[in-house]
Design a protein around this ligand. Structure first.
Ligand SMILES: C[S@@+](CC[C@H](N)C(=O)[O-])C[C@H]1O[C@@H](n2cnc3c(N)ncnc32)[C@H](O)[C@@H]1O
Length: 445
């Protein structure tokens, strides 16, 4: 394709994908506005696969056309001069969205500054940067109000817990990342105990893995598990409830299920299934409390059980229909992942299925992407978008770095998963493409 034709094709992609997104919003009501003060009904929909698919093309095409047309020095500095996370940390830690709830017409930054004890002129600059990103409205000079985006930072929203995890902890790993790659003691190690985040806490790896560290810090552990509920809307993972036929099965084992970020909605939507949540004993304390509060009927009807399990040392409860692992395998390097999957393999009955639900890194080779599309039904990027959807799939690559920073682990390509699962004795049956994440369905080989 000639250069000008590529730009024209990108413009067409922007136009069609934006129109697809608009049509989806219109199915639920009016289209959203950048400054609207409430959430849109589609924001909390369980199945956002169609919207995420449209936005993936829209974000990829917008970024690609900007990078093509802007001077490269402009784009290069855009990559690094990004303080959004530092500003979000301030407003999230100081509960600015919760404070602004009482002031729908806006609050002057001087008043806000008094309430949170931050120098007002500095605070105004932080708020203006965020408002420029579309998070908070500047309704009059130096007067700020909530909007649809800033409402995500309310204390009640579990997404805020994931945001705090990033800005408080994971960025510390980012700040020593280069040093960990050059420190001769650990540079070539994939030990989770010396992952950059753990290195930022203690260079000698004496704190153990992040899970060992959290076991000694109740508040951190509780916030971490709550943040997993945020993943439901961040990744749109609950779409699995609408796409996978859980109604055909009667037992589900949520391996490393945490507080049941997935299983709680499963118990509410699919009353036919009996659920076993397996996790470390310290995680399950919070789980039992939460279920008693949020889904007592599942406890009363004996539809859920909580069983301690260390998935490196023990085999899960045997012979169940579905073994579901959401965001588990990406927490571990290959050696540890193979142990987890081999232990699950030992639990399988002849008709059992294993569902691995994670990001799947897309290929930059168009030839490989075409094979995955034709053989496994994974969506392929329209030309001239980069074959992996470019920036439209950026979060999977950022999340790959998150896994490296936190656990010395990784997100994987389909090829990477096939290598791991073949060693563990699993056979790939189907890939359920949920746009941002995928569910890979396996049987016993
Ligand atoms: C990223 S979270 C995912 C939680 C849940 N699957 C979800 O998607 O919400 C990882 C989970 O693995 C659990 N975990 C870590 N080490 C474990 C182990 N050795 N045995 C069992 N569970 C473990 C953690 O407690 C945590 O709940």
């Amino acid at each position: 394709m000639a250069n000008k034709a590529k730009l024209e094709a990108l413009l067409t992609l922007i136009n069609t994908s934006a129109r697809d997104a608009i049509a989806l919003y219109e199915q639920y009501g009016d289209v959203p506005a950048i400054d609207q003060a409430e959430l849109h009904p589609l924001d909390n929909a369980v199945d956002q696969v169609a919207l995420k698919s449209a936005v993936r093309i829209l974000e990829g095409a917008c970024a690609q056309i900007c990078t093509t047309l802007a001077p490269p020095a402009h784009t290069a500095v855009n990559l690094v001069q990004v303080y959004d996370h530092a500003c979000v940390r301030v407003v999230a830690r100081e509960r600015v969205s919760d404070i602004l709830l009482k002031y729908p017409k806006g609050l002057h930054v001087n008043e806000l500054a008094k309430k949170i004890n931050i120098e007002p002129k500095k605070l105004a600059r932080i708020m203006r940067l965020l408002a420029t990103r579309g998070c908070y409205n500047e309704v009059d000079t130096d007067v700020f109000a909530n909007n649809r985006l800033s409402l995500i930072l309310l204390d009640e929203n579990p997404v805020k817990f994931m945001i705090l995890l990033h800005v408080d902890l994971i960025t510390k790993g980012g700040s020593v990342f280069y040093e960990t790659l050059k420190d001769p003691k650990i540079a070539y190690s994939y030990e989770p105990t010396v992952a950059p985040v753990m290195y930022s806490i203690d260079k000698n790896g004496t704190e153990g893995t992040i899970f060992d560290w959290m076991a000694r810090h109740d508040g951190q552990r509780e916030a971490y598990h709550t943040s997993m509920r945020g993943l439901n809307s961040i990744m749109g993972s609950l779409a699995v409830l609408a796409h996978f036929p859980f109604e055909k099965y009667s037992t589900v084992v949520d391996v490393g299920g945490g507080i049941g970020a997935f299983s709680l909605p499963l118990a509410k939507t699919h009353k036919n299934v009996k659920i076993t949540i397996h996790d470390l004993p310290e995680a399950l304390v919070q789980t039992r409390d939460l279920w008693a509060k949020e889904c007592p009927e599942a406890l009363a009807e004996d539809r859920v059980e909580f069983e301690d399990l260390n998935f490196f040392e023990q085999v899960p409860v045997k012979g169940k229909d579905i073994y579901y692992l959401r965001n588990i395998i990406h927490d571990w390097p290959d050696h540890e992942s193979t142990i987890i999957l081999s232990n699950i393999r030992k639990a399988l009955g002849p008709n059992s299925r294993v569902l691995i639900h994670d990001y799947v890194l897309r290929q930059l080779s168009r030839k490989q992407a075409a094979i995955e599309h034709s053989e496994l039904g994974v969506a392929s990027a329209p030309e001239p978008l980069l074959a992996n959807f470019g920036v439209g799939n950026m979060r999977s690559y950022q999340q790959d770095m998150t896994m490296l920073l936190v656990h010395n682990a990784k997100e994987r390509t389909l090829q990477d998963f096939l290598v791991l699962t073949t060693v563990a004795g699993l056979k790939l049956e189907k890939v359920w493409d949920l746009a941002e994440s995928c569910v890979m369905e396996y049987s016993a080989a």
